[in-house]
Design a protein around this ligand. Structure first.
Ligand SMILES: C[S@@+](CC[C@H](N)C(=O)[O-])C[C@H]1O[C@@H](n2cnc3c(N)ncnc32)[C@H](O)[C@@H]1O
Length: 245
């Protein structure tokens, strides 16, 4: 089976050769940084439609983590266009962080539509190195569809634990590798992953993010594997839940 996968990967690599050349010249990366926000703005509409109930359930107990502060202090990492704002509790103070400044325009629009929230500055930074965010300064950190794009998930989780106050919560919703290794989804994930990463700005459909969460040693971990009903079958294996520092 692994020989077939390798042959199919090679065939795809040959077909995608022009894109690989643009990638190694640094051109494709620059183009992607510009067009990815437009793509995400479109994808978010479809994704939020099919995931509405799951997101609403996931974020429903968020207010429980307000702690002693008057308002819930929430940091969203890899915030993109601001796809989750409508699910956050009224009055919550939101800090947005993303590595790509080109999301600003889309973020402004989502913020203008979310007058139930208070927004702090948009931080352009990497989730693995959130120096602008002080230690223990957040009640909640949210991360949706981010770890697929970042090879160093343990680095992100270390930073999440640093910025969360003790007892604060980390909410996640991520597409991951299929756990059914003998199934068709797993097969096509393996065949298409190199091409997928090239086209979608480093996004991998083979991440085992649940293992990183288990290794991160939060005091409590509520994690479920679910099958998301999106039209893109290869990203449908998901993990959903929250961890408490
Ligand atoms: C697939 S989008 C998801 C956006 C949003 N969270 C959502 O659910 O629609 C991934 C986002 O993570 C951002 N990103 C990628 N690598 C990052 C990193 N190392 N640190 C912070 N953000 C990153 C991308 O710029 C993009 O906005």
């Amino acid at each position: 089976m692994s020989a077939i996968i390798l042959i199919l990967q090679l065939i795809l690599a040959v077909i995608m050769l022009p894109l690989y050349i643009l990638y190694y010249l640094g051109i494709w990366g620059l183009v992607l940084k510009k067009i990815f926000p437009f793509f995400m703005a479109k994808l978010t509409v479809t994704y939020n439609k099919v995931m509405e109930e799951k997101k609403r359930n996931l974020f429903s107990n968020m207010s429980d983590f307000a702690g002693t502060s008057k308002e819930l202090r929430l940091l969203e990492i890899g915030c993109g266009t601001g796809a989750n704002f409508k699910f956050y509790p009224i009055g919550c103070r939101v800090t947005c962080l993303d590595i790509n400044p080109n999301f600003q325009k889309f973020l402004n629009k989502s913020q203008a539509e979310s007058d139930h929230l208070k927004f702090d500055n948009f931080l352009v930074a990497s989730a693995e190195n959130m120096t602008p965010v002080a230690d223990a300064s957040m009640d909640v950190v949210v991360c949706t569809l981010l770890t697929c794009s970042v090879p160093n998930t343990p680095g992100i989780l270390k930073e999440v634990k640093r910025v969360l106050r003790p007892g604060g919560a980390f909410y996640f919703l991520e597409h991951v590798a299929s756990t059914d290794e003998s199934g068709w989804i797993s097969f096509f994930q393996k065949v298409l992953n190199p091409t997928w990463k090239l086209i979608f700005d480093g996004c991998s459909i083979r991440r085992t993010t649940w293992k990183d969460l288990e290794d991160a040693k939060f005091s409590e971990l509520n994690l479920r594997h679910i099958y998301a009903p999106t039209p893109m079958k290869l990203i449908n294996p998901h993990i959903i839940g929250y961890a408490v520092k």
